[in-house]
Design a protein around this ligand. Structure first.
Ligand SMILES: [Zn+2]
Length: 298
């Protein structure tokens, strides 16, 4: 991955993320309407865990899915992937896996599950997690039903719920050749440091959120915001939108409720532990490394 992560512009202006395991291939076709199918690629979730065949970490076959006797109201279309129909379903928290199968957390499948299918699994999880949490109307409490032809649930009272995606911004602040990395309060001293990030507030543009979060979290002002890339992050439904920005003023003053430590890393300096390879934060940092930066030990 490294600085090639942004890749080249592909079909219809789409950017292909070679290193982004959660990007579905351009050939994937989303479907809001189910298709009658005996043996779809079935993404069955128990909470945040995906049902896989233990021997080869593959999706379950039709017989294993049938053994779960999943009610049709818990099954939803995802799309067409390499000519195969993909559906997703949720089962109760106490459901047992069929023989030879196990429920595994999606994150634990990174690197162990077909990368392209993992991206579809990420979509499937967001769809099924949303559907499970919208069985009842948030306005009147009555049962909701899928709205034909749309990825939506509707109540007889007229309330319609669409999948919620929470936009979050990420920004790597640069000062000359140095980059600003911060350690969250949840990370132990000496642990992983990353770019700044935060969810958007209602009414904000991504740029508004960047200026606000940078000032709130580290007390700095920034300018020259440049879009880097975005990544769907299904834990749960987030969309991370990454930028770089140039330092324009202020002294580092961290918000102790969120940031334990923030500092500049310049040319030739040893880097701290960085975020995992699958994340957009890692890609953003790798694409903007100071010259001659040294890797953390280990
Ligand atoms: Zn209602």
């Amino acid at each position: 991955m490294g600085s090639d992560w942004r890749g080249t512009a592909g079909v219809a202006g789409r950017t292909d993320y070679d290193g982004n395991v959660l990007a579905t291939p351009p050939t994937f076709q989303s479907l809001a309407e189910p298709i009658a199918h005996d043996a779809p690629h079935a993404f069955v979730f128990r909470g945040g865990e995906l049902l896989v065949r233990e021997a080869d970490m593959a999706l379950p076959d039709a017989a294993a899915v049938k053994a779960l006797a999943i009610p049709p109201a818990q099954v939803f279309p995802v799309g067409i992937f390499e000519r195969e129909y993909c559906s997703t379903a949720w089962v109760a928290k106490d459901a047992a896996a069929p023989p030879g199968h196990a429920f595994r957390s999606l994150r634990s499948l990174f690197g162990r599950f077909d990368d392209r299918l993992l991206s579809v699994a990420g979509r499937a999880f967001q769809i099924v997690d949303w559907a499970r949490n919208h069985r009842f109307c948030g306005a009147c409490g009555k049962p909701m039903a899928p709205l034909a032809g749309e990825r939506a649930m509707r109540c007889e009272c007229g309330h319609v719920a669409y999948p919620r995606i929470a936009p979050a911004m990420m920004v790597l602040v640069k000062k000359g050749e140095a980059i600003l990395l911060a350690r969250n309060v949840a990370v132990a001293p000496g642990g992983r440091m990353s770019a700044l990030a935060g969810f958007l507030e209602p009414g904000e543009s991504v740029e508004d959120a960047i200026h606000r979060e940078v000032h709130e979290e580290v007390g700095l002002f920034v300018k020259d915001l440049r879009y880097f890339a975005s990544q769907s992050w299904p834990f749960p439904g987030s969309l991370m939108i990454a930028f770089t920005a140039e330092y324009s003023g202020g002294e580092i003053r961290v918000d102790p409720a969120e940031i334990a430590e923030a500092r500049w890393f310049g040319p030739g300096e040893r880097l701290p532990e960085l975020p995992p390879a699958q994340s957009i934060s890692r890609a953003l940092i790798e694409a903007n490394l100071p010259p001659r930066a040294l890797r953390a030990a280990g």
